[in-house]
Design a protein around this ligand. Structure first.
Ligand code: AHR
Length: 669
């Protein structure tokens, strides 16, 4: 062996040793991140569904409002009896021959006389003498109806003729003082319930329109499901979603959507649990019920629409079903310690378990299966590919809960071993229910467990390492509801600090969703929310920007020891993740203090990092927040290109989240 060969051999051996060491080091400091980590939580709270994301513009379209929903409500809430030009007749609610037993109330109009406008000059100016004569109904929508000039809206109603001659109707959108914005007509001629559909095109804009459904000929008619949708729903889906709000959610690129709650899922008493079967099928056959947040759920936004929306935006569906117990705060018992949990009687558990199993067949079964056939009939023959379901929502872990949860869990696990089941651990980050919920999960080896907590920003900073020490051999964590109490920049940045901890522990925290998501003006029931909206628009919160920066800059692998800083400083956090698909390295650097701080970035272990990188910075004074009056107070995240080197100091501004995206395809010059 000559000297050159010896040197070469030595080189090979040393390179191997180096490579092995290097590999070992990288293996130790790299961790897989769950592909589903960043999702969203949708609950019908704050008028998020009816009057919110669900694009129906008519409030109480099926005359099902009642004092059970809200003590001041009744079947004519949001409706007026309308008799322009001295017309007369009568209006009442009947229930004896409904479209469907699930939808028992309907309105009956008896049109006795259609008035004639007076031409006498003394009367021509009085408001009662103006407009189209007739007898009908006027709906004020969810705090009025907003229309744009040229907008097309789809009107429909179910009607059943109760007299001999067909009845003519004029359907219009009007301003409060009766100016017509859009108008069309139809004739009701069937003695059986039939759906009548027409479209309306608005010639002018209004933010306070009303819908007028006016019979202009005499007779008697039953009316139900009086509905008005913008033609332009999200992806033009019939019975669809408000496109601007749905787009904001799509822009978050969530990996999953949890629905339908929250407390809404387990309900206010056993009779109010959210039962998925009541929410599918033709909308006139769905079962409306009280919303435990003090209003009404039409179930128009039901399981089919949730699953369709998930598919439309590339998110996995995550339905949460009650664990056969109601909310422990049922009847408002949070005031006396939340002892209102009610459990389904054990003799009803067989049927209930079957209901849970049927959901999986409905979502995933072939269209030839009993429940898959209903999905296909609704327009979706292909399976929805449901991968996971939640059982229970932050329930009190009582013996009744445990018994029922175990039964449901075991039945689902045996029949569908590949469906991941998510258990629950109470409403707080620690305490009795938290401990007991985890114990249940440990005993049954539940795949994932749902943790919830709403906390002060400081808690998030101090607890940013919460998941570093979680046992990797136990259940995974779904952080199903979390937020700091506030929508100021300081809240969002504290959440960013904590979310770095979620990324770092993305092997054990497999799902996370900020909550609540949407809140309507004048109907906001929760202190902090991600998106605030009214009928015409919305404003975003700093929390939305932070969520979006994380979910649109996610990686599949966490890489340690790339960014360094004073580890005792709880206002700082940073992560480095790799997105294998694009090859990009993504750094997130967070400074939750009110002064700029420096962090050191060391990229020396990576090959081919370019000399420039894309940077997005979200920063601002800690107390800034957006409002309806000042929706742009908080500056949107700013993008720029920065120059980088293998190792550099990063000046992190006060109250900021910076995302740096580094391409690894261009070799460093
Ligand atoms: O997100 C609002 C509520 O907070 C949810 O309904 C409930 O699960 C939690 O207590």
């Amino acid at each position: 062996m000559n000297i050159t060969k010896i040197i070469c051999l030595f080189c090979i051996i040393s390179l191997n040793v180096f490579a092995q060491k290097n590999t070992k080091k990288i293996q130790q400091t790299e961790r897989k991140i769950s592909p589903d980590l960043m999702g969203i939580f949708f609950e019908d709270i704050n008028y998020s569904a009816d009057g919110g994301l669900y694009a129906e513009l008519v409030q109480n379209r099926s005359f099902e409002y009642s004092p059970t929903d809200n003590r001041n409500w009744h079947p004519f809430t949001a409706w007026d009896y309308h008799t322009p030009v001295f017309s007369y007749g009568s209006l009442q609610i009947e229930t004896n021959q409904p479209i469907h037993p699930n939808n028992p109330h309907y309105a009956v109009l008896n049109i006795e006389h259609i008035g004639t406008p007076s031409t006498d000059e003394k009367f021509t100016k009085i408001p009662e003498n103006k407009g189209t004569p007739g007898v009908g109904l006027r709906n004020s929508g969810f705090d009025n109806i907003v229309v744009k000039t040229g907008e097309i809206l789809n009107f429909s109603m179910f009607a059943r003729l109760m007299s001999m001659q067909p009845i003519l109707f004029k359907v219009s959108l009007q301003t409060k003082n009766g100016t017509i914005l859009a108008e069309n007509s139809l004739s009701v001629d069937s003695k059986n319930w039939q759906k009548y559909s027409i479209s309306l095109k608005s010639t002018a804009a209004s933010d306070s329109a009303v819908l007028v459904v006016l019979a202009t000929s005499t007779g008697k008619v039953a009316l139900d499901m009086i509905s008005l949708f913008p033609e332009n729903t999200f992806k033009k889906r019939p019975n669809g979603l408000r496109s601007d709000l749905a787009q904001l959610l799509a822009d978050l690129k969530p990996s999953f959507i949890r629905f339908p709650g929250g407390c809404l899922a387990h309900g206010d008493g056993v009779g109010n649990m959210y039962r998925w079967k009541n929410t599918i099928g033709p909308i006139e056959t769905r079962k409306a019920q009280k919303n435990l947040w003090g209003y009404h759920q039409t179930a128009g936004l039901g399981y089919y629409e949730y699953f369709q929306f998930c598919e439309d935006i590339g998110a996995k569906p995550l339905p949460v079903l009650p664990a056969a117990v109601s909310c422990q705060n049922s009847g408002g018992t949070w005031r006396i310690g939340g002892t209102g949990q009610c459990a389904l009687p054990m003799n009803e558990m067989g049927d209930y378990i079957q209901e849970v199993l049927d959901l999986i067949e409905w979502a995933n079964g072939p269209s030839t299966s009993q429940w898959g056939a209903l999905r296909a009939a609704a327009g979706h023959p292909e399976p929805f590919n449901l991968e996971m379901i939640g059982i229970g929502n932050e329930d009190k872990i009582t013996p009744e809960f445990e018994e029922r949860f175990k039964l449901i869990y075991e039945a689902v696990h045996v029949k569908y071993p590949n469906v991941k089941i998510i258990g629950t651990s109470g409403p707080f980050h620690n305490g009795e229910d938290f401990e007991k919920g985890w114990k249940v999960a440990d005993n049954l080896q539940v795949h994932t467990i749902d943790e919830h907590y709403y906390v002060q920003p400081d808690w998030l900073l101090k607890n940013q390492h919460r998941y570093d020490t979680y046992d990797r051999n136990k259940s995974k964590v779904y952080l199903g509801e979390y937020a700091s109490w506030g929508n100021q920049i300081k809240n969002a940045i504290a959440e960013a600090v904590f979310m770095v901890g979620l990324e770092r522990n993305g092997d054990v925290v497999s799902l996370a969703s900020y909550a609540p998501l949407l809140a309507k003006r004048n109907h906001t029931q929760w202190r902090t929310n991600m998106i605030f909206f009214d009928n015409s628009g919305y404003f975003l919160t700093p929390n939305y920007y932070v969520q979006k920066l994380f979910s649109t800059n996610k990686g599949d692998t966490f890489i340690d020891n790339v960014v360094s800083f004073d580890s005792k400083d709880s206002t700082l956090a940073a992560s480095c993740v790799r997105d294998t698909k694009s090859g990009d390295l993504i750094l997130k650097l967070v400074n939750a203090s009110s002064s700029p701080k420096t962090m050191k970035v060391d990229l020396s272990k990576f090959k081919n990092t370019g000399i420039t990188a894309e940077q997005i910075v979200f920063a601002g004074n800690e107390n800034l927040e957006n409002t309806y009056e000042k929706p742009n107070t908080v500056e949107v995240p700013k993008m720029s290109t920065i120059t980088i080197s293998k190792s550099f100091d990063f000046a992190s501004s006060a109250n900021s989240l910076s995302v740096i995206r580094i391409k690894t395809s261009t070799p460093l010059k």
